[in-house]
Design a protein around this ligand. Structure first.
Ligand SMILES: Nc1nc2c(ncn2[C@@H]2O[C@H](COP(=O)(O)OP(=O)(O)OP(=O)(O)O)[C@@H](O)[C@H]2O)c(=O)[nH]1
Length: 189
C-alpha cells in the first residue's frame, strides 16, 4: 500500500512501476483508493504484488484506514521538495502503528529526488528518520525511474522472506538497500 501526503507522487510511483511511464503535468488527486497488480521476480521467485494507491488528502483518511489492517507492506512517501510532507511522516507512522498489523513491512521513500535545486529535505534527514524507526529507506524519482524498481523489489524480497522464515536467503533483506541505483528507465519527457 502506498501512503503519504497528497501530491508526494504515490500515483506516479505506481504508474512508473507498472507501466514504465511518468504522468507529467496532469495531476489528478486520487479519490479514495485504487489498486493495480504487477508480478515481479525476486531471487528466482515470482511475487504477485497487489499495490493499493491511497488518497493522501485528509478527507479520505477514514476510508484508507480501513485498508491498513490487510496490508502486508507499506511504502510511505514524502516529497524531498516539500518539508511539510517530511515532517508529517511521524504522524503517518503513528497512524500505521494504530491501524496496521504489528509486523507490516514498512519502507520510507523520499520521492522527487530528481528536483535538485528545489530540494528541502536532505537525504541524510531521511536516512536518520528511517534509522530511528528501523525501516528501510531510499530516495526515488517517479519522473526518472530512479530506485522505483529497486524499492518494490526490496519490499517483495522482504515479503518473500517473511513468508519463508526457514529460508536462509532472508538474511540478505536485512542489508541496507542500495541508495543510488541507476535507473534503467528511459528518460521522461
Ligand atoms: N519532479 C517530479 N515530480 C513528480 C514525481 N512524482 C510525482 N511528481 C508530480 O507530483 C504531482 C503529484 O503526483 P501524484 O502521483 O498524483 O501524487 P499523489 O501522492 O498520488 O497525490 P494524491 O492522489 O493527492 O494523494 C504530479 O504533478 C506529478 O507529476 C517525481 O518523482 N519527480
Amino acid at each position: 500500500m502506498l501512503l503519504g501526503d497528497s501530491g508526494v507522487g504515490k500515483t506516479c510511483m505506481l504508474v512508473r512501476f507498472r507501466d514504465g511511464t511518468f504522468l507529467a503535468g496532469n495531476y489528478i488527486s486520487t479519490v479514495g483508493i485504487d489498486f493495480r497488480n504487477k508480478v515481479v521476480t525476486v531471487d528466482g521467485i515470482k511475487v504477485k504484488l497487489q499495490i493499493w494507491d491511497t488518497a493522501g488528502q485528509e478527507r479520505f483518511r477514514s476510508v484508507t484506514h480501513a485498508y491498513y489492517r490487510d496490508a502486508h507492506a507499506l511504502l510511505l512517501l514524502y516529497d524531498v521538495t516539500n518539508k511539510t510532507s517530511f515532517d508529517n511522516i511521524r504522524a503517518w507512522l503513528g497512524e500505521i502503528r494504530e491501524y496496521a498489523q504489528d509486523d507490516v513491512v514498512i519502507m520510507l521513500l523520499g520521492n522527487k529526488s530528481d528536483s535538485g535545486l528545489e530540494r528541502a529535505v536532505r537525504r541524510e534527514e531521511g536516512q536518520r528518520l528511517a534509522r530511528e524507526y528501523q525501516v528501510s529507506f531510499m530516495e526515488t524519482s517517479a519522473k526518472t525511474g530512479l530506485n522505483v524498481e529497486a524499492a518494490f523489489a526490496h519490499v517483495a524480497r522482504s515479503l518473500v522472506a517473511k513468508a519463508n522464515p526457514a529460508d536462509p536467503s532472508r538474511l540478505a533483506v536485512r542489508a541496507p538497500p542500495v541508495q543510488e541505483q541507476r535507473s534503467s528507465c528511459p528518460p521522461c519527457s
